[in-house]
Design a binder for this molecule. Structure first.
Ligand code: HMG
Ligand code: MG
Length: 300
């Protein structure tokens, strides 16, 4: 089992999409550039969704056009439909993310269509991404629970995972959108998904920390064989269509965990602590990272 962990930093997208105040393009650009300099191989940089639905992400094209790119870094963007894909292509994204759900009710609230309709909508996006030589990732929201339907049956997660794999996804995200899942559940879901694809190279854990379970859930996923995780500097984030859900697991906390486990990520924890404090300062909030705040306090 590899000791290398790929961390996808999602603060510029998942982190900022839920902020009440519009974060200036220049701040988003600086955030992405500082994250790339800290060593992230993959950064979720923008969303090409309806600005009426998610106004915070309306400047995605500008963000993508302005960032100085680091060679080798993958800059991903969310694309719910062909319109979003065309914008992603024009913006020279390296990876596009189609995002569905394992819950019908959440699918309707988030992207205004049923699960089956979403897969049909993703088909041309996936084909176009493959034809353009782009990486394709598929995100499965509410894989551990739904704000409208409660606990999600494992079969529903595996079903959407299989459909996304058939579309040609290089990677599948098992996303706990509202942060309700616990470790035993993660173990069960990951083992079931591991029956249909390779956990170590094609599956990621995307955990929100609403109930404080994200680090435990990452350990469970690591034990199951998962080697890709999403996290957000300063624990920023949430989903506008999942009331009460807090941010993603904080990147600082994940990097601190990995160091203790003897696992590598190639990311400079010290630099990430500074980025988290800087970004929280910009937003006028306290960073939601226990490790980040402790390490920052030690420095000062
Ligand atoms: P709709 O209203 O059903 O679609 O929305 P439509 O095709 O009827 O279009 C409505 C309007 O949106 C039209 O404009 C379109 O032109 C425009 P109007 O005529 O009203 O002026 N439009 C677009 N504009 C820009 N870019 C586009 C685009 N598509 C249509 N790509 C739609 C369907 C999917 C567009 C809408 O529901 C939407 O944008 N939803 C976005 C939801 C979202 O971004 N949620 C947050 C991200 S998911 C997440 O956070 C979960 C994740 O982190 C994993 C986890 O934790 O679970 C990934
Ligand atoms: Mg999320």
């Amino acid at each position: 089992m590899s000791d290398h962990i790929k961390i996808i930093e999602v603060a510029p997208r998942d982190g900022l999409q839920n902020e009440a105040q519009f974060v200036e393009t220049a701040i988003k650009v600086e955030l992405i550039e500082r994250l790339a300099a800290a060593g992230f191989q993959n950064i979720e940089a923008a969303s090409f969704v309806s600005p009426k639905w998610v106004p915070q992400m309306a400047d995605g094209a500008q963000v993508m056009a302005t960032i100085q790119r680091r060679p080798g870094t993958i800059y991903s963007v969310l694309t719910p439909n062909l319109r979003g894909f065309e914008d992603a292509l024009a913006a020279h994204a390296d990876e596009v993310v189609i995002f569905g759900a394992a819950s019908e009710a959440f699918s309707m609230r988030n992207i205004n269509c049923s699960i089956a309709e979403s897969i049909a909508r993703f088909e041309p996006v996936a084909a176009a991404a493959k034809a353009a030589g782009l990486r394709l990732r598929g995100s499965i929201s509410c894989a551990l629970g739904c704000p409208y339907q409660g606990e999600t049956p494992i079969a529903a997660v595996v079903d959407v995972a299989e459909r996304m794999l058939r579309l040609g996804c290089d990677e599948i995200d098992i996303a706990d959108t509202i942060g309700v899942g616990t470790a035993a559940q993660v173990t069960r879901v990951m083992h079931a998904v591991g029956e249909v694809t390779d956990l170590s190279t094609r599956v990621s854990g995307h955990f929100h920390d609403t109930y404080g379970q994200a680090i435990a859930n990452i350990i469970a996923a690591l034990d199951a064989g998962v080697r890709i995780f999403h996290s957000s500097v300063a624990g920023l984030g949430g989903c506008p269509y999942a009331k009460g859900a807090t941010g993603n697991v904080a990147t600082e906390d994940v990097l601190y965990l990995l160091r203790g486990q003897g696992l590598t990520s190639g990311i400079d924890l010290d630099a990430v602590v500074d980025i988290g404090q800087w970004m929280a300062g910009n937003l006028g909030i306290k960073a939601a990272s226990r490790a980040g705040n402790a390490l920052a306090a030690k420095k000062s």
